[in-house]
Design a protein. Structure first.
Lengths: 261, 261
């Protein structure tokens, strides 16, 4: 059945690429050449952290993860949904792609719920509850290229900081009813590396069992684990193809790490 | 002919209301009761100025108008298109209005051109060149309530700071082909006052000739002149009704100052 569906790409672009203007510009030029519809989800980069620092706002970290207090929520909403989102949207428009900058709050496209404060209170952080795939599909059908900042809202109108990798996964799953979806996580590495010091040590394929093994062996650690969990969840819930690769490989079908069921 | 068109409201909400959370909340509750489609355009308020101050960025003013340098453009985009726009959008969503937060850059809905640097260089300020009324009409037809921040872009992808009153006027004119448009400028005063000290001195009707007279007599001055120029331009270019009133009067048909041709 899925062979009959039109193709669509969901592309996540990581914060390290956002922080590198020439790499970001080249990436946006690349994706503007994509012929199928796509949805772009962007991360935040260091701008929010720098701005918080300049404003004298302390970023509280627990187990390596930022706590989003009220001042931080305001900053990430400003930086992600304001500056980064609209800069990317305007740039894609200048490259003849009809980009539409969004957050989950817009058209209630991605609704979330504040994470429970136990055992750790991460503050104004949202876990995704629902993607309005039908409304997003209609916007895509009209010729728009949605560009998402990683901000969502709950049904009571509370804005919430949301993980961009998870947002890309949830959107990819939500669109799988309407499209044969390829989800690509683009970042500053060539893929999942078996040796973090060696850019050529890309693991070409990972599936759920091998992921568990890699995790046990300590080969994939820290930031890569939640990214791979998102990738595996996507492939197990209807997304056709999932790949993690360098931002410069976005137009290629090969390269990087492919996730299989 | 215009009698056959469906009704639509374009509502501009001023910065002083944005700066007053209880007044803003009451205003959003009010407009969520409007039965016809509407487009909301919001101003900026003092948040951007305060943030610039906290970041140690000097706001250069020429003849009472702010110069938008690169640092200021970043701040207004963050504050207007990020924090204010998404807060309003999420709040309207919680009140069962399917709000969609936008800038002119999104879907190229409002394209502008950087203002010429002579005789005064205002920096990254955009003068509106084109409203994509058809695309906006389609979004309205889909049941969306567009919420615009006063940021636009040119065709080269440059974001530009744009006057919110002018943006509301241009959007109202751009939608007049498809709707019988009512444009309402909501602010913290009861209308155009003949005596700024007396809140009850509202001038009930102004047309082009009486505006010129009021201007000559020095009765309308400063910030009110460009607002009235926008109002008169709107009424002369196809907008059905234009009114300036207190934010609390948005649901009423009476009250405030009505602009007539």
């Amino acid at each position: 059945m899925s062979a009959a569906l039109p193709k669509l790409q969901v592309i996540k672009i990581g914060g390290n690429v956002i922080d590198n203007p020439p790499l970001l510009e080249a990436f946006l030029t690349d994706i503007s050449k994509i012929k199928s519809p796509f949805v772009l989800v962007h991360g935040g980069g260091k701008i929010a952290t720098e701005m918080a620092k300049e404003l004298g706002i302390q970023s509280q970290m627990i187990e390596g993860r930022r706590v989003t207090d009220t001042a931080s929520l305001k900053i990430v909403t400003m930086v992600y949904a304001g500056w980064i989102n609209k800069s990317i949207t305007a740039t894609l428009q200048s490259k003849q792609k009809n980009a539409l900058g969004l957050t989950g709050a817009d058209a209630a496209l991605v609704l979330s719920k504040k994470r429970k404060p136990h055992p750790i209170d991460y503050g104004w952080v949202g876990d995704i509850e629902q993607v309005n795939g039908k409304a997003l599909h209609e916007l895509v059908q009209q010729g728009y290229y949605p560009v998402f900042a990683p901000i969502t809202a709950d049904k009571q109108g509370q804005l919430l900081n949301t993980n961009a990798d998870t947002m890309a996964q949830a959107i990819a799953i939500g669109l799988s009813e309407f499209y044969e979806v390829t989800l690509t996580y683009c970042f500053e590495k060539n893929g999942v590396l078996s040796n973090p010091e060696d850019d050529n040590s890309v693991i070409p394929h990972i599936h759920e069992a091998s992921f568990l093994q890699l995790k046990e062996q300590g080969i994939v650690t820290a930031g890569m684990i939640p990214k791979l969990e998102n990738a595996i969840k996507a492939i197990s819930q209807g997304v056709n193809t999932v790949r993690l690769c360098h931002a410069s490989q976005v137009l290629l079908n090969e390269g990087g790490t492919k996730i299989t069921a």
